[in-house]
Design a protein around this ligand. Structure first.
Ligand SMILES: NC(=O)c1ccc[n+]([C@@H]2O[C@H](COP(=O)([O-])OP(=O)(O)OC[C@H]3O[C@@H](n4cnc5c(N)ncnc54)[C@H](O)[C@@H]3O)[C@@H](O)[C@H]2O)c1
Ligand SMILES: [Zn+2]
Length: 362
């Protein structure tokens, strides 16, 4: 299936399928032939599992550069190493980069592509469930020791080739992490779709069923990015679950709790907060929590921190405006809105979350 992504700056396509990499590459053959060199950047885990499949299905001459996996890929050091590698390879403005990997590889390669010689073309070949989210929308970044994703650019790829065959080797933690963003996409868009997701654990989705959920997620993201490429308005809705989630992720030390795992915790927090405003009631929050616990999301992470520790991280969020906490909440499923929340209300909600977690573990 082909999903068009239209943004004010650039339009491109996401092609999603199973074992369709060779075919998907044909759709960008002209762009590939226009390039003077193809450079494939990946990480050590992805290369370990998928080198054979990739080499068999990538019928163009190319170089391969393997990077450290996970957040280690998004350091200044690795960014510098990759730029050095490109200069040594004599990469020019007509060189095309390929990001074969999860969100970390995609973010790093995207930012390298945005900045090398002021911008060269790149293609995303996502290999995680989470990357159905990160590969679409043009946000690219590396981390600074003082904050995650603090240095980056909006820069769109030439294409996203999403072959879900890669997902078969994902560890459970990465399945949980990616499916949290899928659930988020359902929560902010479509009640019926959400019910289909909640009827299972996150590990149950395979093959065509998984593909169709990821398609829906990409469509939600595409329609939002089309309206607001640089996050001045509706794009903020994609941050549902991310304010409290990012705080958990950052406080734990990046990589300890996976991004989407932390987002799921943040989703439950945001639902508790939503109870104060919209039409969702406590039974809905509890239903979501039951689903999340059956899928092993690591809620125990919350008890490792005090609210004040988490608040410090929440205040550092890029989305904080004029020193005020901004939360995306739900009026009902499919109806997100942005709400300024006082530190007191955030604290009271944190107390409610801890109480609820205690209740369900007893
Ligand atoms: N740009 C955006 O809009 C956006 C959105 C969400 C998240 N992100 C970023 O994405 C990153 C998280 O994404 P992620 O979870 O995909 O991260 P990741 O790239 O770190 O992948 C997670 C782990 O899975 C491994 N892996 C990847 N593909 C695999 C496969 N097919 N089989 C086995 N192992 C595999 C990786 O080596 C890594 O250890 C974070 O850095 C986050 O900030 C960006
Ligand atoms: Zn996210």
């Amino acid at each position: 299936m082909i999903i068009p992504i239209e943004t004010p700056s650039h339009s491109y396509e996401v092609s999603i399928g199973e074992r369709h990499l060779t075919e998907a590459l044909q759709s960008i053959k002209e762009k590939i032939e226009h390039a003077d060199q193809l450079i494939m950047l990946t990480d050590e885990n992805v290369w370990h599992y998928h080198q054979d499949y990739f080499e068999k299905n990538f019928p163009f001459e190319h170089q391969v550069h393997v990077m450290p996996a996970g957040e280690a890929c998004k350091t200044f050091e690795n960014y510098m190493n990759v730029q050095t590698y490109l200069l040594e390879q004599k990469a020019t403005r007509k060189t095309m980069l390929f990001a074969l990997g999860g969100g970390a590889v995609g973010d790093l390669v995207g930012f390298v592509a945005a900045s090398y010689m002021r911008g060269i073309p790149f293609v995303q070949i996502p290999t995680t469930i989470l990357a159905h989210d990160s590969a679409v929308g043009g946000k690219t970044a590396i981390n600074h020791p003082l904050g995650k994703n603090m240095i980056g650019a909006f820069y769109q790829p030439q294409a996203v080739l999403y072959d879900i065959h890669f997902l078969t080797t994902l560890p459970k933690r990465e399945v949980r992490s990616g499916m949290a963003e899928t659930v988020k996409h359902a929560l902010i868009s479509n009640d019926e779709w959400l019910s289909q997701l909640l009827a299972h654990t996150v590990y149950d989705f395979k093959g065509h069923v998984l593909e169709s959920h990821l398609e829906k997620g990409i469509q939600v993201k595409a329609s939002i990015v089309k309206r607001d490429e640089e996050e001045h308005s509706v794009r903020k809705f994609l941050n549902f679950g991310h304010t409290y989630g990012h705080a958990i992720e950052a406080a734990s030390g990046f990589g300890k709790v996976a991004h989407g795992e932390a987002v799921m915790i943040g989703i439950i927090y945001a639902l508790l907060l939503s109870e104060n405003y919209g039409e969702l009631d406590h039974s809905f929050t509890k239903k979501m929590l039951t689903f999340a616990r059956q899928s092993d999301y690591p809620f125990e992470a919350v008890s490792n921190f005090t609210f004040d520790e988490l608040l410090t991280y929440m205040m550092k969020d890029k989305k904080v405006e004029f020193g005020q906490l901004q939360f995306v909440l739900l009026r009902r499923v499919g109806e997100p809105f942005v709400q300024t929340i006082s530190a007191d209300e955030a604290r009271e909600t944190d107390v409610r979350l801890r109480r609820l977690l205690q209740e369900v573990t007893q």
